[in-house]
Design a protein around this ligand. Structure first.
Ligand SMILES: C[S@@+](CC[C@H](N)C(=O)[O-])C[C@H]1O[C@@H](n2cnc3c(N)ncnc32)[C@H](O)[C@@H]1O
Length: 267
């Protein structure tokens, strides 16, 4: 049976769209568990500490938080004195949790439910932030588009700051973060687009989600292509409270494998 090329291409596009939609709304099913996981010690003492170290003084700043999730960081930006904070998120459930918090604790944060890839220019922000957004790009094309959306919403001299999966972590060390409440795994060798599964076990109900491998040079290429002047990679750092509470030795495995990384880009 002969099948016309346009029909095949259409089928492929429809299938791709179904896969993308499923990927994008996946957080609806894990929103509550994800929210709980923000209380894990590695998140509080390393993830957040590294993020705020890069962000610096937020007083009076305008901040666009892409892939804001349920607003864990979004709220902290406002509490640390940011003048305007806008959160963008694709999962209805995550935004619903963010809005529930807003009702409990009104902070005048604007939340927008949309795909970052579809976001137009909504302002000239001092800072665009996006913890764990870029690792959802499964191709160079998607990564470039995300970076274009980020760049377009920054004022000249503004900064993009993010915490991301560290693609440079060797898979041989993926299990060595078990004691911090999470591990990563892969089913095939790391090439562009390979899914990297995060399994979070440190809370009452274990759950998983996928990120996608693209590699440091691809990220550098995307940042430079859209026009960022400077790109800086920041190794994770632990807070003094984290050391006091758990001891330096406890964090050593984390620093040996560096599962996450901070990135700062200047427009
Ligand atoms: C790992 S969570 C991080 C949430 C938040 N930034 C944080 O650090 O707590 C990743 C979030 O990115 C959202 N996301 C993934 N791709 C997106 C896209 N294209 N546009 C908007 N949000 C997206 C997911 O729905 C999810 O809420």
């Amino acid at each position: 049976m002969k099948v016309f090329l346009p029909t095949l291409l259409l089928r492929k596009a429809v299938l791709q769209k179904v896969v993308e939609d499923k990927k994008m709304t996946y957080y609806n099913s894990i929103a509550q568990q994800y929210k709980k996981s923000k209380q894990l010690p590695f998140r509080l003492h390393i993830e957040a500490h590294t993020y705020f170290h890069l962000l610096g003084n937020l007083v009076g700043k305008s901040i666009l938080d892409l892939a804001c999730g349920e607003g864990f960081y979004t709220r902290q930006f406002k509490l640390q004195g940011a003048a305007r904070v806008v959160g963008v998120e694709i999962s209805e459930k995550m935004i619903e949790l963010a809005r529930q918090e807003q009702t409990r604790q009104p902070l005048e944060i604007e939340y927008i439910l949309t795909d970052v890839l579809e976001l137009g220019k909504i302002g000239d922000f001092d800072l665009v932030v996006a913890s764990y957004l870029l690792n959802y790009a499964s191709s160079r094309k998607q990564l470039l588009k995300m970076c274009q959306r980020i760049f377009a919403n920054l004022k000249a001299g503004g900064r993009f700051v993010t915490i991301n999966n560290n693609d440079s972590q060797p898979p041989s060390s993926y299990l060595s973060t078990q004691k911090y409440g999470f591990i990563k795994s892969i089913d095939s060798p790391l090439i562009e687009g390979t899914p990297i599964k995060y399994t979070i076990s440190g809370i009452d109900q274990k759950f998983s989600f996928d990120n996608y491998y693209l590699g440091k040079t691809t990220y550098e290429w995307a940042f430079r292509s859209v026009g960022f002047k400077e790109v800086r990679w920041q190794k994770p750092i632990v807070s003094p409270q984290g050391v006091e509470e758990f001891g330096q030795e406890f964090w050593q495995d984390f620093f040996n494998c560096l599962p996450i990384v901070g990135i700062e880009c200047l427009k």
